[in-house]
Design a protein around this ligand. Structure first.
Ligand code: FES
Length: 112
């Protein structure tokens, strides 16, 4: 797994949603209730930009048709039958890092 330092985000307790591009992926960084989450920024329903959405009850809500995704797991709400990718976040020395696994690393994990 490769870790990427995210510029411009302090480890803060203030809520925020910001889209960043890391390793050719658009990732939505969400600060919610003192934790930072990293999720795919593209809604699987019809491609909405989740970074324009909002958080409610531990879920990221898409602004287009209001599908919602669990911040911890990326799992879609009941009845949606979909999910978004989530990425690990670490705070090191006050800086925010997001971990991205390569295709081969994901494949190896799938067969463990
Ligand atoms: S595009 Fe996100 S809910 Fe439809």
């Amino acid at each position: 797994m490769k870790w990427y330092k995210i510029p411009g985000i302090q480890n803060t307790a203030q809520p925020f949603i910001k889209k960043v591009k890391i390793s050719n992926k658009h990732i939505c960084l969400v600060g919610y209730e003192g934790q930072i989450f990293a999720l795919s920024a593209k809604c699987p329903h019809a491609g909405g930009d989740l970074s324009s959405g909002w958080c409610k009850e531990g879920k990221l809500v898409c602004p287009v048709h209001r599908y919602s995704y669990n911040l911890h797991t990326g799992k879609g709400s009941e009845g949606q039958n979909d999910y978004i990718n989530t990425f690990p976040v670490e705070i090191r020395g006050g800086a925010v890092y997001v971990g991205i696994s390569s295709f081969w690393e994901k494949l190896k994990q799938a067969f463990k």
